[in-house]
Design a protein around this ligand. Structure first.
Ligand SMILES: [Zn+2]
Length: 459
């Protein structure tokens, strides 16, 4: 936890409200920058195939040349960069090695461009439980934010619209177990921050009441959190008295059981966003229901039908000069559909929604359901590194075990902070054991799950 988060957590509500509104002012400025950026790349939404390929070719060439020149891991491929003059960039790219998280974790410094400074760090773990830090220049970071915002813009955002968020915002301190107001409101940028961590039968009804009063234009959340909220509301007979323009989701796939629970309560189109924590690739769902890749952040092999689609996907950054990852395997399978024509009129390449594991919830003794993304949040917001993989397992009603696959020194350095972070997310209701292991159980699907609730599986 950063120092500011600690101050925020200890502050009384009126001070926290001030912080949230100040943050909102900053958000208004960021939104202006996103809108300028999006206006600048709006033309890429309608480029024909040849125009798209030419654009990406040029960006790929720049990235490859810079990587070979400045990045230790890629310096041995200088001959390939020379080939760019006379061969197709896609043929050249195909000769670079595929890399993955493990390649980077083994020697992160080898992927940093020499002389890079003033960069920002994006932390990710996906739901694979392998934390990774990716460094990038500020423009790359900003571009990813803008592209994620584009989903909301496509869903009909207008200035002045309210947005309710039910994601990993730690807006209500976890020391408050059962808040009367499980939210914070920012008037400056018209955001309602709902606390995912505090969802319970009681708080859900209060949240429902707030939504009925404020009538936000958008409700945005993790599918698992939205499902939990809607189930609680439904069980208590609560009804929402208005319809938002759209329900927005990200970070997890939307499963049928989740969509049904949400549709029972909210009558609005549901739009997803796929974005990797590495900020290399993203896709927004349009009104026709298709996920359009962004084209300008990263190149997914297979998106043009020129290179074969590698499964899981291989992606090359088009913008990040600080830590330019080439043919990086995200861990997600991305099915692309070259040549597909979307009814919305956008020519941006289309992909299928990413299917990952249907993660379990952790259930606390008082019956709170803690969404997988909330647990992931507690996991990656520790300054932990060098973890090959992790897993959270609930075997009984009162305790969870966190398994970490890492070296002994690293384990000893991080285990206490991680245990405290996990205990907070479970409101002290669960005993948390942190255990070192040299392997994490792999499910029958062949991919390890991050959260395993053995109680639910036995039912
Ligand atoms: Zn479309």
């Amino acid at each position: 936890m950063g120092a500011f988060n600690t101050i925020y957590e200890r502050s009384p509500r009126f001070l926290r409200s001030l912080y949230v509104n100040a943050y909102g002012l900053n958000n208004v400025r960021r939104l202006r920058r996103w809108e300028r950026l999006l206006a600048g790349i709006a033309y890429t939404e309608r480029l024909d195939h040849g125009g798209q390929v030419a654009l990406v070719e040029g960006m790929l060439k720049d990235v490859i040349r810079r990587a070979v020149e400045r990045v230790p891991f890629y310096s041995r491929f200088s001959a390939l960069a020379g080939d760019l003059e006379r061969r197709s960039v896609f043929d050249v790219l195909n000769e670079f090695p595929l890399i993955d998280k493990e390649t980077i974790i083994a020697d992160p410094g080898a992927f940093l461009a020499q002389g890079a400074d003033g960069f920002v760090v994006s932390r990710t773990s996906g739901t694979t439980g392998t934390p990774l830090k990716v460094c990038m220049d500020r423009d790359t970071f900003l571009l990813a934010d803008a592209l994620w915002w584009r989903r909301t813009a496509w869903a009909g955002y207008e200035e002045g619209d309210w947005i309710a968020r039910l994601v990993g915002d730690p807006v209500v301190p976890l020391r408050i177990q059962d808040p009367d107001q499980p939210w914070m409101i920012s008037l400056t940028d018209r955001r309602i921050y709902l606390s995912t961590f505090h969802l319970s039968a009681r708080t859900a009804v209060r949240i429902g009441g707030l939504l009925n009063r404020r009538k936000p234009a958008f409700i945005m959340g993790y599918p698992s959190s939205l499902e939990i909220l809607c189930r609680y509301l439904d069980e208590s007979g609560f009804r929402l008295e208005w319809s938002p323009k759209s329900v927005l989701f990200s970070s997890e796939p939307m499963y049928d059981h989740q969509e049904q629970a949400i549709r029972k309560l909210i009558d609005a189109p549901i739009r997803g966003l796929y974005g990797s924590g590495e900020r290399m690739v993203s896709a927004a769902q349009c009104a026709s229901g298709n996920y359009h890749l962004s084209l300008v952040d990263g190149y997914v092999e297979g998106q043009f039908g020129i290179m074969d689609n590698v499964r899981p996907a291989a992606v090359t950054t088009l913008t990040n000069g600080v830590m330019p990852l080439i043919r990086y395997r995200l861990g997600d399978v991305i099915e692309t559909h070259p040549g597909f024509r979307c009814e919305c009129g956008r020519t941006l390449p289309v992909m299928s929604p990413v299917i990952t594991k249907d993660e379990d919830w952790i259930v606390t003794p008082s019956g709170r359901m803690i969404s997988p993304s909330a647990v992931v949040w507690a996991f990656i917001h520790q300054e932990i590194s060098g973890i090959a993989s992790g897993q959270v397992v609930q075997r009984d009603g009162r305790s969870v075990t966190v398994y970490l696959n890492t070296g002994e020194d690293n384990f000893n350095r991080h285990k206490d902070a991680l245990r405290r972070s996990m205990e907070r997310v479970f409101f002290g209701e669960m005993d948390v054991d942190v255990v070192r292991t040299d392997r994490v159980d792999v499910s029958r699907a062949g991919k390890s799950r991050f959260i395993v609730n053995e109680l639910r599986q036995r039912k």
